[in-house]
Design a protein around this ligand. Structure first.
Ligand SMILES: *Cc1c(COP(=O)(O)O)cnc(C)c1O
Length: 428
């Protein structure tokens, strides 16, 4: 079946003030602040174990980079104008895991380790967490297993951090997972189980396997609130980066953000955090591929986790391995129903076009899944529904000229050079 690129404006979106009370019941500001503190507690351990985080003092954070040449390249290639300034949020280059999963995935592993160690009296929150590198604590954590289902990047972030803490770890990889991601994990002593089925199946198998073992903890990408909170902590960090660049966000200076979606956890958590800070002045859009728009279907039909792209004659198969989730998270699609501005879908072939443009214009390497986000700034100015969205949201042309547009690059640093070279030569 041929699937066409589209733009979907969310008919269920509400002004932020109307969503606030309900959201606080589910994920409170306090819960996000608590997560921020937890990440600070772990910073000394992370700094010690992963020297690449030294310059950020053990915090795992990515640059926010203006990409004016890419903006020109997009305008020249496609013949339209992108208003405001275009930035790349380079989670593609996050330390340790090289993807946005270094936020949610790593956060949940850290939280689980802390919970176990505190319950067993091995650490207290006032300790210096460098202590977690002690052989005795690693030995203690080696009695526990962490498991997760993954299309690749979640497995990498959880596998690497779990192994660093001493946990046993099993990663259940779906058929979409790229071979180099499995090889890299195995080289770190992580057990990788492979399935010939899709992502939901890998998750179901992992969940089942883990439930049989009382010492095993399953990180559930389709349901986890801790993962979501880990992603949400990105918002405060971004706010600081905007402040440092003297970029205002207010009614006259809108912030427009585009994030690729798989099950929805990463873009949902980030959107949630951003809405709490910038409220109606931030406009968040998800991007999925035309062959796997599961979050879009879950939202539009309001059938949430019951939505499956195959029930609509859509294959679910895509070059964007990080987005290859045929069904979305029920929790995230519910919580995003009144917050996300809309979604753009993108053809697989365009992912490689954007990949080449970014490399040639800015010399930045990101993976195909990440490139989906560029459909955002392109679609924003071209779809007629967006003109209507702008009218409804008081986004006048003058205001749009003041906009900060952020393309969220969700993965890429770890791609082996020869694989990236093959991407540069892929034309679909
Ligand atoms: C996981 C991932 C996403 C989407 O995250 P979800 O939580 O599955 O929605 C986007 N891009 C890349 C590169 C990813 O690895």
């Amino acid at each position: 079946m041929y699937s066409k690129e589209l733009c979907w404006v969310n008919p269920y979106k509400l002004p932020f003030a109307l969503t606030d009370a309900l959201c606080q019941l589910i994920v409170s500001d306090e819960a996000i602040a608590d997560a921020e503190k937890r990440l600070l507690r772990f910073a000394p351990f992370i700094k010690k174990y992963f020297p690449e985080t030294e310059q950020d003092n053990g915090l795992i954070e990515s640059p926010l980079k203006e990409i004016p040449q890419m903006k020109s390249a997009l305008q020249d290639s496609y013949g339209f104008e992108i208003p405001g300034k275009l930035y790349l949020k380079m989670d593609s280059h996050l330390a340790i895991a090289g993807s946005v999963k270094a936020r949610g995935g790593i956060y949940e592993v850290l939280k689980h380790a802390e919970d176990l160690c505190i319950a067993a009296g091995k650490i207290s929150v006032t300790d210096n967490y460098e202590k977690l590198a002690d052989p005795a604590i690693r030995e203690f954590l080696s009695n526990y297993t962490v498991q997760v289902g993954s299309t690749g990047n979640l497995g990498m972030s959880i596998g690497i951090m779990s192994a660093a803490l001493g946990f046993s770890v099993k990663i259940h990889m779906s058929a979409d997972a790229k071979q180099w991601k499995k090889d890299l994990l195995r080289s770190k002593g992580v057990e990788v189980l492979e399935y010939s089925a899709d992502y939901s199946k890998a998750v179901a198998e992992g969940r089942k396997n883990s439930d049989l073992d009382p010492t095993s903890y399953f990180i559930d990408d389709e349901k986890s609130i801790d993962l979501f909170i880990g992603y949400a902590t990105a918002a405060k960090r971004l706010q600081k980066q905007l402040d440092d660049l003297s970029i205002s966000v207010d009614k006259d200076h809108p912030l427009i953000v585009y994030i690729p979606a798989g099950v929805g956890g990463a873009p949902g958590g980030i959107t949630y955090g951003l809405k709490r800070i910038f409220k109606d002045n931030v406009h968040c859009f998800f991007v999925e591929t035309t062959t796997c728009p599961s979050v879009l279907i879950g939202l539009d039909t309001q059938t949430f986790e019951k939505a499956n792209v195959r029930n609509y004659g859509i294959s679910g198969q895509t070059e964007a391995d990080g987005l290859a989730c045929a069904s979305p998270s029920g929790f995230v699609t519910r919580i995003m129903t009144n917050q996300v501005s809309g979604e753009f879908t993108v053809d697989d072939g365009k992912l490689y076009d954007y990949l080449r443009l970014l490399y040639n214009s800015e010399n930045i390497q990101i993976e195909p899944s990440s490139c989906a986000a560029f459909a955002g700034p392109c679609g924003f100015t071209t779809y007629p529904q967006m003109a209507e969205y702008c009218v409804q949201h008081d986004l006048s042309p003058a205001r749009l000229q003041n906009a900060t547009q952020i393309v969220w690059a969700t993965g890429g640093k770890m791609i082996p050079r020869e694989i990236y070279d093959a991407y540069l030569n892929t034309y679909l």
